[in-house]
Design a binder for this molecule. Sequence first.
Ligand code: X2X
Length: 341
Amino acid sequence: MEAKVKISRRNFAIGLGAAAASVALPRLASAAPQYTFKFGFNLAESHPITARAKEAAEKILKESGGRLEVRVFPNNQLGGDTDMLAQLRTGGLELFLNSGINVLSTLIPSASVYGLGFLFPDYPAVWRAMDGDLGKYVRGQISKAGIIPFDKMWDNGFRNVTTSTKPIKTPDDLKNLKIRVPVGALWTSMFKAFGAAPASINFNEVYSALQTKLVDGQENSMANIYTAKLYEVQKYCSMTGHMWDGFFCVANRKAWERLPQDLKTILANNLNAAALGEREDMLKLTSTFQEQIAAKGVVFNKVDTAPFQDALKKAGFYKEWRAKYGEELWALVEATAGKLT
Ligand code: X2X
């Protein structure tokens, strides 16, 4: 297949080079993609997100006739989240998947809003909000920061607390617990409101932080506890379900704007479809992950979550975040969750 090249002086030279190459090596004429996008994130190779990202990359290459190659880098291969966000902003990384509650919120504070404790009772409530007005608001804020968000969020799961020391049954059990949280102000604030001692640590350092007892616990989805093998360094898993997390897929603006319209469409359609597929995977696989974690010896306990939310209310957590997010956003929060303050 011939690459379409606009006739500017620079491209004309490239065009001649390509034509010459296609004479010498006809089969390789379309081998070099016109655009190569690196796609980085922090999740393990075996996480459902990685499989869907790779599947999307294959489709994008095929549907673009080889013009757009997406190279997938899971498992912090390009650095931790803080590094990847910096690379995304300078254009060293074209595509990034990250939680709005995680490092994205260091740039866009309101991106963390959906992580407010106990906001969503279940998945239908999650997707109503995140495919609806709340998600739209946050994507608007991400765009204002000069980053391009794709429409569909990917599921990073409801989160539960694990520790190496004791099960968490009541909010009091969190008091003074040295617990790792991702690098975002909402997380730190929430665990301080529970009376815990949170430490902000990027995901690429969580396993070793738990192993060396720098921290005694962490909180995450079943998918991450299993695929990042956190069960090897944790003994208890308490089903606090204190928050839901999802990932925004975002692009560097200049890299996005360089793409012709047809490639923009192919890229966006496939990334959004991959997100929807991954949501299904997580629904199907979460209980299997949980069984596998239990089979590795982790002890599970159910939790009455009402006292945990009460503890947040009493500590003034929701009031504090209402003031930070502002009334416009808070109206969307309470349209989702009812009155919180
Ligand atoms: O860092 C985490 O715990 C993870 C992988 O769940 C997020 O990116 C929020």
